[in-house]
Design a protein around this ligand. Structure first.
Ligand SMILES: [Zn+2]
Length: 327
C-alpha cells in the first residue's frame, strides 16, 4: 500500500506545499502561495494550514491517509523542538510551528531548514542519488549550502555547517543581513541583484528591465531572464558580477572540501541557464587545477520542488540517520 506525506517549503517569497508518495517521491498535488513579511505570523500560519488542506483535497486523499508533515523554513530553526527561531525574510520569530500544526492536524510534524530539506530531496530522488560526498548550493532569495559526507548531511558542532552565504568574499564590503560586511549572500542572491539593479536605475542607467518591473514589487527571476533575452546590458553586467562572486564561494568549497559533485539549485540557477553556465565556468577557473578538473556540476534535478519533496521525506530521512545528535 502506498503511503503519503506532506512537505512544506517555507521560502523567502513563497510557500510551496506538496502531497508526495513516500516511496517514489512523486508529487500528487501542490499549492504555491506568496508570503508577505508585513502581514504578520498569524496570517502566514493560516496560509500554511490552508495549503495543507488544499493539497489533500487536490490529490483526492483524506487526512487519515497522511503519515506525517515535514517543513523546511528559510532561517534559523530549532530542529528538536520544531520552532522557527528567526526567519527574517518572512518576519517570523520564535514560532512553535510543530506544536501549531500537530494540534491542527493530529499528525507528527518535523522541521528542518530550507537548504537541509532541499538537499534531502536531491539525496533521495534527485541529482544526489547514489552519490556519497557532495555539496548542494542553492542561490535564490539568499545563498545557502549543505554538505553531504558518506551519504549523510553534516550538521556541524552546533548544526550550522554549510553556511556558505556568510563566507566573506569582500573585505569591508556590503552589509549582510547577519551583521557582517562582505558576505557572499550580500553579492550573490536575488535580493543582492535587485538592490544593484535598483541602484543602477537610480543612477540614471538605461535598462530594459524597467518595462517588466512593478514599482515596489520584487524583481523576479523571470524578469531577469526576459531582460537577458533582450540583451539588456545593465542586467547582463549585474548577473556577470553575481556569477563571479558566487563562483568565488564555490571555488573555496571545491578547494577546501574536494567534493566529487556540486549540485546547484535555487531560483537563479533553476530559472536562468546563462547564470548556471557562467557560474560553473568561473568556479572551475577560480579553483585549484586537480579538483576542478574532476568535479562534476549538476543542476538540482527536482528543480523548484527539491525543498518541498525533501520536507515530505524529513521523517524518513531522520529515521535512517537517527544516530546524528544534531539531526
Ligand atoms: Zn552574512
Amino acid at each position: 500500500m502506498n503511503s503519503y506525506s506532506i512537505g512544506i517549503d517555507l521560502g523567502g517569497t513563497k510557500i510551496l506545499t506538496v502531497l508526495a508518495d513516500k516511496k517514489t517521491g512523486e508529487v500528487l498535488s501542490f499549492v504555491k502561495v506568496k508570503t508577505k513579511k508585513d502581514k504578520g505570523s498569524d496570517k502566514l500560519i493560516k496560509k500554511i494550514i490552508k495549503s495543507v488542506k488544499e493539497v489533500i483535497i487536490a490529490a483526492d486523499k483524506k487526512l487519515s491517509e497522511i503519515e506525517n508533515i515535514g517543513m523546511g523554513a528559510a532561517g534559523q530553526t530549532d530542529r528538536q523542538n520544531g520552532i522557527i527561531i528567526n526567519a527574517p525574510n518572512i518576519g517570523l520569530q520564535n514560532v512553535p510551528i510543530k506544536e501549531i500544526l500537530e494540534k491542527e492536524f493530529s499528525k507528527p510534524v518535523y522541521l528542518g531548514n530550507d537548504v537541509e530539506v532541499a538537499t534531502i530531496g536531491e539525496i533521495l530522488f534527485g541529482s544526489g542519488k547514489g552519490e556519497t560526498d557532495f555539496v548542494c548550493i542553492f542561490a535564490g532569495t539568499g545563498v545557502g549550502s549543505c554538505i553531504v559526507q558518506n551519504g549523510k548531511i553534516r550538521y556541524g558542532a552546533t548544526g550550522s555547517a554549510g553556511e556558505i552565504g556568510h563566507i566573506i568574499i569582500e573585505p569591508n564590503g556590503r552589509l549582510c543581513g547577519c551583521g557582517a560586511k562582505g558576505c557572499l549572500e550580500a553579492y550573490a542572491s536575488r535580493l543582492a541583484i535587485e538592490r544593484k539593479i535598483r541602484a543602477e536605475l537610480n543612477r540614471g542607467v538605461n535598462s530594459d528591465i524597467i518595462n517588466y518591473m512593478k514599482e515596489d514589487k520584487p524583481i523576479k527571476t523571470a524578469m531577469l531572464k526576459k531582460a537577458l533575452e533582450n540583451n539588456d546590458k545593465t542586467v547582463i553586467d549585474v548577473l556577470d558580477e553575481t556569477c563571479f562572486y558566487l563562483s568565488l564561494g564555490i571555488a573555496s568549497i571545491i578547494n577546501f572540501y574536494n567534493p566529487s559533485k556540486i549540485i546547484l539549485g535555487g531560483g537563479l540557477i533553476n530559472g536562468i541557464d546563462y547564470f548556471y553556465e557562467k557560474t560553473v565556468k568561473l568556479a572551475k577557473e577560480n579553483s585549484l587545477a586537480v579538483p576542478s578538473r574532476e568535479i562534476v556540476f549538476e543542476r538540482a534535478q527536482l528543480g523548484d520542488f527539491s525543498g518541498a519533496v525533501g520536507a515530505a521525506m524529513l521523517a524518513d530521512y531522520r529515521e535512517i540517520f537517527l544516530d546524528d545528535k544534531n539531526c
